[in-house]
Structures are given as structure tokens and as C-alpha cells.
Design a protein around this ligand. Structure first.
Ligand code: HEC
Ligand code: HEC
Ligand code: HEC
Ligand code: HEC
Ligand code: HEC
Ligand code: HEC
Length: 425
């Protein structure tokens, strides 16, 4: 009898602890999600599967589910940018939306150098909803390897655990439910037993200790004061803090010096150094868009369908093409999702060399990350670097105003290079 009451106290303390963990965890994950798309409402797996199939068939050649530009814009956050009705019209016939003079449509059309997105009159509203649901879902759970080619998935830092994170609240919810059930049964038992004891009491069969138990009242305050409850809260607290600290450490993610072994022993020292192949021959996106892009196996074949055919390393390239499986190069440089970096802005507009940021790649047998890629690193360079404004009509106005106000040369910080919103969406 006594132990039954104690048991219920244990169970109650545990339940409280779990509920606490549940709510804390939920808020932590809600925060994680906050950086991602708002519209992550749990979608039906069948719908996601359907969406994935359509996306891969019809959209993947031009769009990534991340923020990466392939031919068209990355679809990350698309449901935050545009509403569903607009998207359905656009995807079915984008040219019609542009022709109607829709301001946003005209703007992106021009921004993407009037590249026409093809029309998809065959897609139903539900097909399109499925594609959008899939792209939002997949964008939030990007894998940690870079696939080569134009279709270059951006690695989300910490994305590995975000898939798992989705399950944690569910598991905790189930646990909490089971505990409530146990509690209910225990209370039921107590009621029955107490009634039984009362009957015994009436017939005078109770000894002293039984009497004592019967007179005790269940005390909720005692639960909160109990060592178990306090201990439980302490453990939960320590766990939450530990998780936050770990996340923080991973989030900082300084990977200077990172030089992973690649699936094929490709050497920049040989190709970019000795053979003097232009960086842009392989990294074709570097002057055009956000991402430099990693070359597809076909680029290698331009030479290797004839050169070193018998080499085991080169045979890996053939295998990739035959099996239609992209070479899984390990991504080295990787900013967190909340920071925006654009190669074209720096190489094409800013006139910087790759080596300013990546070091002497043409002497590296294995690519190594030379810069910290921290915010301080970006900011320091923006404070120091003078904008190459001469001969660039775009900057004439800015330069004039700057000269009127200052004797110093115009640096990146003077054109807004320290504004938070330039680097953070
Ligand atoms: C041939 C390449 C191509 C294909 C295939 C393609 N798109 Fe596009 N898409 C573009 C381009 C380019 C743009 C930018 C606007 C423009 O130039 O018309 C764009 C724009 C968009 C936008 C607006 C993006 C934004 O940031 O506002 C959405 C949404 C979109 N496409 C969805 C899709 C979907 C869904 C599919 C598959 C059913 C698809 N696209 C297939 C090239 C393509
Ligand atoms: C023949 C094709 C080729 C040429 C030329 C080439 N690269 Fe690469 N580059 C690759 C491939 C393939 C990878 C991925 C494998 C690796 O990291 O070695 C890569 C990776 C990189 C990376 C690391 C990407 C990451 O994951 O963060 C950088 C930086 C880079 N190259 C810069 C350069 C620079 C700078 C040049 C010119 C000096 C250059 N590359 C020339 C093919 C090339
Ligand atoms: C412009 C021509 C060209 C391109 C493009 C090119 N390579 Fe090479 N590659 C060469 C030459 C030339 C050699 C040196 C052959 C020799 O040692 O005789 C070589 C050697 C290699 C070797 C060493 C092979 C061995 O066993 O010694 C590897 C591995 C390799 N390339 C991988 C790649 C990969 C991966 C790509 C695509 C990302 C690529 N190459 C693109 C020209 C090229
Ligand atoms: C101002 C600094 C800077 C310059 C200049 C620069 N890069 Fe990068 N590069 C970065 C940063 C930062 C990243 C990581 C981007 C990310 O994770 O979004 C990166 C990533 C890359 C990657 C791998 C991922 C991707 O974007 O596809 C390659 C390849 C690359 N750079 C090649 C080059 C080449 C080639 C040049 C010269 C033509 C160059 N970079 C010039 C800063 C720079
Ligand atoms: C080696 C120097 C250097 C580094 C490092 C560097 N930048 Fe820049 N950045 C520049 C220059 C130069 C420009 C000006 C380009 C131009 O003329 O518009 C610029 C411009 C920009 C702009 C546009 C600013 C505006 O007002 O239009 C953004 C955004 C930006 N950089 C982001 C970054 C981020 C994010 C990083 C770090 C991951 C970074 N940069 C690292 C040199 C650098
Ligand atoms: C030139 C680009 C640039 C500008 C301007 C910039 N940031 Fe950042 N910021 C970054 C990059 C890149 C990172 C990611 C660094 C990392 O992973 O260590 C970052 C990371 C952060 C973080 C995460 C904490 C950390 O240090 O990792 C916060 C918070 C932040 N920035 C806030 C701001 C605020 C507030 C401003 C305006 C006062 C600002 N940033 C301006 C590029 C920039």
C-alpha cells in the first residue's frame, strides 16, 4: 500500500519532468525551424513522394530545393516569398504571368536574364502543391555531401540532426501519454485499495501502520519538493544546456584547415597548377551566380575519355557515368544557411582572385580550407578592401557622394558591406 502511493509520486515526478523536456525541446526546435521555411506543416508522406517524383522529372534540371541557384532560383523559402495561388499560375504558365505585367514575375524574369522557364499545363493544382510541399520538406533536410554538377545541393549545417529532431517531440509525446496511462491506473488502484482498507477499518481489522497510511493525504506539494522531482529537473536542465552548448560549437563550425579525403584522388596541383586549366573551366558558376559549382563527371570526360583510361582513379569517373550516380565529393567550404555569400559579387563585380579567399589552390594536392569563413573574416575584408569603382558606371554616383564626404578611398564598408541584411536574410 505504502509503496503504491510512493510509486505514484515517482510517476508524477517523472511525468512533470518529461512534460518540461517536451515543452523545452519543442521551443528549441521551433527556433531551428524559424530559420527555415515557415510552411513546414507535416505533409503526407505519399504526397511528398509524389512531389519528389514530379520535382525530379520536371524541375530538378533547373532548380535546387535549397537556396542555391541552378538555372532558376533556389526554391528554399518559396512559400514565404509567394502565395500558393500565384505559384500555381506561375508554374503552369510563367510566360502568361510575366505577360500580364505582374511586377514580381517581371522582376525575376529580368534578374535571370530572361531565361524562360518552361510551362507545365499538364500539372494539376494538387500536383503543384505536392511539388511545393516536397521542395520545402527536402530543403529543410539537405544531405551533407555535395553532388557534383550544376545541381549542387547546399549542405545545411546541422541538417543531419534536423531529420532526427523531427522525431524527438513525437517520441516524447508517446512517452508522456504512456505515463499518463500508468498514472491513471495507479490512482485507480489507490482508490480501490483505500476503499478496501476503509471496509477493513469498519470491521476493526486494521493495525496501527495501516491506519496511518489510510489517514495520509496525497500531497501535490510534496511531489514538487521531492528529491526525485528536483533531481529530474536538474538533469533535464543540464541536458538542455549541454545540447545548446554543443549546437553552438557545431554552429560556429570553424573548419579552417579542413581537408577531407575525396572519393577520387583529384589533384588541383596537377590540373590547375601544372596543366594550367582555368578555374572557371570547371567551376563554371563562379562569375554568374551565388555558387561556384563543382563540375559534373562529364566535364572530366572532355579529357579523360582519352587520357589515362587505364588508371583506377579515372575508372571511378567512368563508373559514376555508367551508373548515373554523381561522384560524391565531400564539401569543404560551407557557410551556415543564415549567411548569404555570392561568388559573382566578389569575383565578377569585386574583381577578387580565388586565392584571396581560398589560398593557393593550384598548389594543393588535396583542397584545404584556408580561411576561417567567420563573420569577422568577412567584415575585416570589407573594412580593408577598396572597391574597384573606376570604369564602372554602376559606382559613379556612389563614388561622387563618397568623395564629397570623405578623403579616404571608398571601401566595401562604405557601400553597405557591414549591413546585417546584406549577409543575413
Ligand atoms: C528550363 C529551366 C526550368 C525548369 C525546368 C523549371 N524552372 Fe522554374 N524557373 C526557371 C527560371 C529561369 C526562373 C526565374 C524566372 C524566369 O527567368 O522566368 C524560374 C522561376 C521559378 C519560380 C519562382 C522562384 C522565385 O524565387 O520566386 C518557381 C516557384 C519555379 N520556377 C518553380 C518551378 C517548378 C515547380 C518547376 C517544375 C515543375 C520548374 N520551376 C521548372 C527555370 C526553370
Ligand atoms: C579540372 C577541373 C577543376 C579545375 C580546373 C579546378 N577545380 Fe576546383 N575543384 C574541382 C573538383 C572536382 C572539386 C571537388 C573535389 C575536391 O575538393 O578536390 C574542386 C574543389 C574546389 C574547391 C573546394 C570546394 C569545396 O567543397 O569547398 C575550391 C575552393 C576550388 N576547387 C577552387 C579552385 C580554384 C581556385 C581553381 C583554379 C586555381 C580550381 N578550383 C580549378 C575541379 C576543378
Ligand atoms: C583539360 C583536360 C582535363 C580535364 C578536364 C580533367 N583532367 Fe584529369 N588529368 C588530365 C591530364 C593531362 C592528366 C595527367 C595524365 C598523366 O599523368 O599522364 C590528368 C590526371 C588525372 C588523374 C590522375 C590519374 C592517375 O592515375 O595518374 C586523376 C585522378 C584525374 N585526372 C581526375 C580528374 C577529374 C576527377 C576530373 C574532373 C573533375 C578531371 N581529371 C578533369 C587532364 C584533365
Ligand atoms: C571573397 C571570398 C571568395 C572568393 C574571392 C572566392 N570564393 Fe569560393 N567560396 C567562398 C566562400 C565563403 C565559400 C562557401 C560558400 C557557401 O558555403 O555558401 C566558397 C565556396 C567555394 C566552392 C564550393 C562551393 C560552391 O560555391 O560551389 C568552390 C568550388 C569555390 N568556392 C571556388 C571558387 C573559385 C574557383 C573562385 C575564383 C574564381 C572563388 N571560389 C573565389 C569565398 C570566396
Ligand atoms: C577578400 C575580401 C573579402 C572577403 C573575405 C569577403 N568579401 Fe564580401 N565583398 C568584398 C568586396 C571587394 C565587395 C565589393 C564588391 C563590389 O564591388 O560590389 C564585397 C561585397 C559583398 C557584398 C555586397 C555588399 C553591398 O553592399 O553590395 C556582400 C553581401 C558580401 N560581400 C558578403 C560577404 C560575406 C558573407 C563574406 C564572408 C563569408 C564576404 N563577403 C567576404 C570583399 C570580400
Ligand atoms: C559581410 C557579411 C556579414 C555581415 C555584414 C554581417 N554578418 Fe553576421 N555572419 C556572417 C557570417 C558569414 C556568419 C557565419 C559565421 C560562422 O559560421 O562562424 C555570421 C554569423 C552571425 C551570427 C551567428 C553567431 C556567430 O557569430 O556565428 C549572428 C548572430 C550574426 N551573424 C549577426 C549579425 C548582425 C547583427 C549583423 C549586423 C550588425 C551582421 N551579422 C552582419 C556574415 C555577416
Amino acid at each position: 500500500m505504502y509503496s503504491a502511493r510512493n510509486l505514484s509520486r515517482y510517476a508524477c515526478a517523472l511525468l512533470m519532468g518529461l512534460l518540461l523536456l517536451f515543452s523545452v525541446n519543442n521551443s528549441v526546435f521551433a527556433q531551428d525551424g524559424g530559420q527555415d521555411d515557415g510552411a513546414t506543416a507535416a505533409a503526407d508522406p505519399a504526397v511528398l513522394e509524389h512531389g519528389k517524383k514530379l520535382f525530379n522529372q520536371k524541375c530538378k534540371s533547373c532548380h535546387a530545393v535549397t537556396a542555391e541557384v541552378v538555372v532558376g532560383p533556389g526554391l528554399k523559402g518559396i512559400l514565404d516569398r509567394r502565395d500558393e495561388a500565384w505559384l500555381i499560375k506561375w508554374i503552369r504558365n510563367s510566360q502568361a504571368v510575366i505577360a500580364s505585367g505582374d511586377e514580381y514575375a517581371v522582376k525575376i524574369y529580368e534578374q535571370y536574364n530572361k531565361t524562360q522557364m518552361q510551362s507545365f499545363p499538364e500539372l494539376s493544382d494538387d500536383d503543384i502543391r505536392a511539388i511545393l510541399a516536397y521542395s520545402v520538406d527536402a530543403g529543410n533536410a539537405v544531405v551533407a555531401t555535395t553532388t557534383p554538377g550544376e545541381n549542387n545541393d547546399k549542405t545545411a549545417s546541422g541538417s543531419g540532426d534536423s531529420a532526427l529532431a523531427g522525431y524527438v517531440p513525437i517520441i516524447l509525446g508517446v512517452l508522456a501519454f504512456v505515463l499518463v496511462l500508468i498514472l491513471a491506473v495507479l490512482f485507480l488502484l489507490i482508490t480501490i485499495l483505500t476503499r478496501y482498507l476503509k471496509q477493513q477499518e469498519q470491521s476493526g481489522k486494521l493495525d496501527e501502520s495501516d491506519q496511518e497510511v489510510l489517514n495520509q493525504k496525497f500531497n501535490i506539494l510534496a511531489v514538487f519538493q521531492s528529491k526525485i522531482f528536483i533531481g529530474g529537473v536538474a538533469v533535464v536542465f543540464v541536458l538542455v544546456v549541454a545540447k545548446a552548448v554543443l549546437d553552438g560549437l557545431i554552429g560556429i563550425g570553424i573548419q579552417q584547415g579542413y581537408a577531407p579525403t575525396q572519393p577520387i584522388a583529384f589533384s588541383h596541383k596537377l590540373h590547375a597548377g601544372e596543366l594550367e586549366i582555368d578555374c572557371e573551366y570547371c567551376h563554371t558558376g563562379v562569375r554568374k551566380g551565388k555558387s561556384a559549382t563543382i563540375p559534373a563527371a562529364n566535364t572530366c570526360m572532355n579529357c579523360h575519355n582519352a587520357i589515362k583510361r587505364e588508371s583506377p582513379e579515372i575508372k571511378k569517373i567512368y563508373a559514376a557515368i555508367e551508373n548515373d550516380k554523381p561522384i560524391e565529393w565531400v564539401r569543404i567550404h560551407n557557410l551556415p544557411d543564415f549567411a548569404y555569400f555570392n561568388h559573382a559579387q566578389h569575383v565578377e563585380v569585386g574583381g577578387l582572385e580565388c586565392q584571396n579567399c581560398h589560398g593557393e589552390i593550384e598548389q594543393m594536392e588535396v583542397v584545404q580550407q584556408r580561411s576561417t569563413l567567420t563573420m569577422g573574416w568577412c567584415i575585416d575584408c570589407h573594412r580593408e578592401t577598396v572597391v574597384k569603382a573606376e570604369g564602372n558606371a554602376y559606382y559613379d554616383r556612389l563614388l561622387e557622394t563618397h568623395k564629397a564626404n570623405s578623403k579616404k578611398p571608398m571601401r566595401v564598408e562604405d557601400i553597405g558591406g557591414l549591413e546585417c541584411a546584406k549577409c543575413h536574410y
